[in-house]
Design a protein around this ligand. Structure first.
Ligand code: ADP
Ligand code: ZN
Length: 385
């Protein structure tokens, strides 16, 4: 299920070691956590400087072993560019190339990574680079967190979802037989390198799914970001959007590193969304598609309860549809309620919903199951309290 590539050792390449990082417009977003802060560097075309940035931020490689964990789809497209970028910085690495897909974010997949690390003799001073979407980031991050009780790792997210969400905040996990992300740990990367140009090869459906999370950041925190998404995005605009999402999530993660408070707001649309993903057997809808429907449901629920400004749901639906996201949930309130009660975020027998006051402002609310069923039923049936 995984394979090693031959070790790639690079000698000096003309001009390599003198090359300075010359990306004037690169956005650097600092995530300042209590114990370990790190930078997220964001730019369109940053891949050319990945090697130089790793070298600059993490120090001289000396004898350091580097395992670059990726998946076949990503590696097929970017092997040459990564190899050239690392060669320019005289970084040597080994690529560990996994099959794509969520099913590899498993204990077996994790065991495969440990075997690869062991074979290449990755020591405590080694480095893991996670180069891929959320699956690779979560799996390689968990492996880095636990290998020899923790080796440094660099995240290079290649999906929109990973760039704005999973690469920020330090959550790593693998799935177990009992469910998704059940074995996991908070472990912060040393550096995140985000090249928005990599998104040009992303399948359209994956891109749309990530847009749902981008829209979410606008809906919960920034009406300006929300409005900026109402037209086609140029590459600069996309870079700026990703930067703003990282700033919002990074700020929230700083204030709530271990997910006990403010981070809840990032779950806007997710209580419904998780239920929708489950009801669709995790195949019918991907995460972003389910979250898109969930956000529309949450906005409608808030409006029916008189807590969300009128017209918000319609405006949100309009933006989702502009980005090709269907906001119409096919499941009944009863089906949704049945599955929401099982959600791991819901503690103490209450359903915690994130609602909007207006677009750009969110708050958390706990409802008992009875109140919740009424709220959702009303939202779906047009009944007014
Ligand atoms: P997510 O971030 O949505 O969890 P995954 O890691 O499951 O993403 O990746 C989704 C799919 O997109 C996988 O099949 C993966 O191989 C593929 N992929 C990831 N990044 C890129 C990219 N930049 N170009 C093309 N395909 C990609
Ligand atoms: Zn999400």
């Amino acid at each position: 299920m995984y394979m090693y590539m031959n070790p790639v050792f690079f000698g000096i390449i003309a001009g390599g070691s003198d090359r300075k990082v010359l990306v004037a417009s690169m956005i650097t977003q600092r995530v300042a956590l209590k114990e370990a802060g790190y930078d997220i560097c964001i730019e369109d075309g940053l891949i050319r400087d990945f090697g130089a940035l790793i070298r600059e931020r993490l120090g001289e490689p000396a004898e350091r072993e580097t395992a670059l964990v990726t998946d076949r789809n990503v590696w097929d497209r970017y092997e040459r560019a990564i190899s050239a970028s690392f060669a320019r910085a005289e970084l040597k690495f080994r690529a560990v190339v996994l099959n794509p897909g969520e099913e590899n974010k498993s204990l077996t997949g994790l065991g495969g990574l440990y075997d690869a690390f062991s074979e290449m003799q990755l020591r405590r001073d080694g480095l893991v680079v996670a180069f891929g979407g959320g699956v690779i980031g979560d799996l390689a991050g968990f492996a880095a967190a636990t290998w020899m009780r923790g080796v440094r790792y660099v995240q290079i997210p290649t999906t929109l979802l990973a760039q704005v969400d999973s690469s920020v905040g330090g959550k790593t996990a693998v799935n177990t037989n009992a469910g998704k992300n059940l074995a996991g740990v908070f472990y912060q990367p040393s550096l995140v390198l985000t090249d928005t140009a990599l998104l040009s090869t992303l399948p359209e459906r994956e891109f749309r799914s990530g847009m749902a999370e981008v829209i979410k950041y606008g809906a919960i925190r920034s009406k300006r970001l929300f409005d900026s998404l109402k037209k086609e995005l140029s590459s600069e605009a996309l870079r700026d959007c990703v930067g703003e999402c990282c700033a919002i999530k990074g700020g929230i993660a700083e204030r709530d590193e271990y997910d006990n408070g403010e981070r809840m707001l990032l779950n806007f649309g997710h209580s419904f969304g998780h239920a929708i993903e489950k009801l669709g057997g995790f195949r019918r809808y991907n995460h972003g598609e389910a979250v898109a429907m969930g956000m529309a449901l949450a906005a409608e629920t808030g409006e029916r309860m008189g807590l969300t400004a009128r017209g918000s749901a319609e405006e949100l639906r309009g933006l989702l549809s502009f980005h090709g996201l269907d906001a119409d949930c096919p499941y009944s309130p009863a089906e949704l309620s049945a599955h929401m009660e099982l959600d791991k975020k819901n503690s103490g027998g209450v359903v915690r919903l994130i609602l909007l006051t207006t677009l750009g402002n969110a708050f958390a609310m706990s409802l008992d199951p009875c109140e919740f069923s009424r709220a959702v039923g009303a939202a779906r049936e047009g009944e007014v309290f």
